[in-house]
Design a protein around this ligand. Structure first.
Ligand code: TGC
Ligand code: FAD
Length: 430
């Protein structure tokens, strides 16, 4: 069902007519008749989406609920990531969805946000796998790659046939990647090659990735450069990507290290023109924007699960606990934060499409939506009483995952400092 829908939606460029929000048209014709309150979309964000965006959202939601949701509980228990998921997403046109050309769909940033939200409604780990593939790796190649690099990697990545990882964080340098120790120097024996050495850690998808973007300092200049490391081309012993096991969050996503020991990488695999942290941070702008949407999807799932539970669970004279004011306040707070977070993400998405989104705007929505999703999910967990401890209710999984979302791609306090710097003009990092 979803396959045929996506073919008729994703893949087409938005036209000027299609890009008009649905509300603008219905407002004009219906003279703003009062709408009933919809707890699932309290501020009627749907009225801000184009028909194409709504169709893409429906397609993504159908795939995620019908195909991904049934797998997640066991995957989380087993700490297992089924990489076929990326192939399925590729078949539907969900990977690198904002990229134009190279078999990508070329949709708006809001459409891509809606896809991300649908995926994270199921699990942040599944969104993580997709974000790394789409925003960090395909986005990086699209922004900074040579024509040969784009032609070689993007079409296969769009189909989920080639998997990517993004290596910035190191064991000793997380919030401060500018101090990284991984180096690239001219290879001593292979002409036209760099030799990469160092270690990256906490890298999503690294154990299964075919192509790994590694950010390293050129030994000659001390400048950070990006390299496309192809696993199949690395001689034995020069690239290892061990998995990090026994995580207590994001268990349906694979995380690992990247260990490079004089790994030869052709000069042609270096991003030619970008140097310094502008390279990785530009990729992060898109991924952080996606997390701002995704975490609202996870929060909405928590709200829906908590509401259902509260309506069914009876305590004191057979009353559903949903009747009690303290329970209602929890639902009201969470629903308000989800609605505000969605509107903020739509606004930044529209600005991003126009090339008008400042990185600080993305820091603001990434921080706010991750923080509010985590706080509210944790409070909604209380509605389940003892059952919250059972993984079958799904709420504990979201809470554990949302801690990770608040931590990666810039921990929330780091985004506060980015905003503080923009507000005061004073740098807190040094
Ligand atoms: P700073 O002096 O601020 O900037 C250095 C250079 O970078 C440029 N820049 C940006 N460019 C584009 N977009 C942005 N958002 C940018 N932010 C900075 C800046 O203009 C400058 O350029 P140039 O040309 O003048 O050199 O650098 P700093 O070292 O002081 O940075 C401080 C800080 C804290 C802001 C930064 O280091 C930071 O954001 N730290 C957080 C680290 C982080 O986000 N790591 C993410 C790792 S990847 C990941 O977590 C993936 S998880 C994936 C998943 O599973 O979903
Ligand atoms: P630290 O930098 O050691 O920070 C620890 C604490 O100190 C934080 O609370 C931080 O806010 C605070 N702190 C640090 N500096 C300051 C300061 N100046 N002022 C105030 N407070 C400060 N990285 C990648 O490159 N690629 C990936 O694909 C990737 N995937 C990940 C997947 C998972 C599951 C996880 C957990 C992490 C992943 N990361 C990835 C790494 C992630 O980006 C880092 O964990 C994150 O940037 C924080 O770095 P750190 O863990 O070293 O913490």
């Amino acid at each position: 069902m979803y396959k045929s829908v996506i073919r008729s939606t994703v893949g087409r460029q938005l036209t000027a007519t299609a890009a008009r929000p649905v509300a603008v048209r219905s407002y004009a014709s219906a003279h703003a008749a009062p709408q009933p309150f919809n707890w699932e979309d309290p501020l009627n964000a749907a009225s801000l989406f184009t028909e194409e965006e709504l169709a893409i959202s429906e397609t993504a939601e159908a795939y995620c609920q019908e195909r991904m949701l049934p797998r997640v509980l066991q995957a989380y228990r087993d700490e297992n990531y089924d990489k076929k998921i990326l192939e399925e997403m590729g078949e539907l046109g969900l990977l690198g969805a904002t990229i134009k050309g190279y078999d990508c769909a070329g949709v708006s940033n809001v459409a891509s946000g809606l896809i991300t939200k649908a995926v994270e409604r199921v699990d942040s780990g599944y969104r993580s796998g997709m974000s790394v593939q789409s925003s960090l790796v395909m986005g990086g190649i699209d922004d900074f790659g040579t024509q040969e690099q784009k032609d070689k990697f993007l079409p296969k990545m769009a189909k989920g046939k080639l998997l990517g990882a993004f290596g910035l964080t190191e064991p000793n340098h997380g919030s401060d990647p500018g101090s990284m120790e991984t180096t690239a120097k001219p290879h001593p024996t292979k002409k036209g090659y760099y030799s990469l050495s160092g270690a990256k850690t906490w890298i999503t998808n690294s154990p299964i990735a075919d192509v790994l973007i590694v950010w390293a300092k050129l030994q000659e200049t001390g400048k950070i450069r990006g390299f496309l490391v192809e696993r199949s081309e690395c001689p034995p012993g020069t690239l290892e990507t061990p998995a990090i096991k026994d995580k207590n969050g994001l268990r349906a996503s694979l995380t690992g290290m990247i260990q490079l020991d004089e790994c030869p990488v052709p000069e042609a695999n270096m991003f030619p023109d970008v140097e310094g942290l502008r390279g990785p941070f530009t990729c992060l702008n898109s991924a952080r924007y996606g997390i701002a949407w995704g975490t609202i999807g996870a929060l909405e799932d928590c709200i829906s699960r908590a509401r259902t539970y509260a309506l069914e669970r009876k305590q004191f004279k057979g009353n559903p606990i949903a009747k009690y004011q303290l329970v209602q306040k929890k639902l009201a707070d969470a629903t308000t934060d989800a609605a505000f977070g969605t509107l903020a993400a739509v606004q930044v998405g529209r600005l991003k499409d126009e090339g008008l989104a400042a990185p600080e705007m993305i820091s603001m929505i990434k921080r706010q939506n991750c923080d509010r999703a985590l706080v509210n999910a944790r409070i909604l967990q209380e509605i389940f009483g003892g059952n919250a401890v059972s993984d079958e209710y799904g709420i504990g999984r979201h809470v554990a995952n949302l801690f990770v979302t608040q931590t990666y791609e810039g921990q929330s306090d780091i985004h506060a400092l980015i905003l503080g710097r923009a507000i005061t003009g004073l740098q807190a990092f040094v």
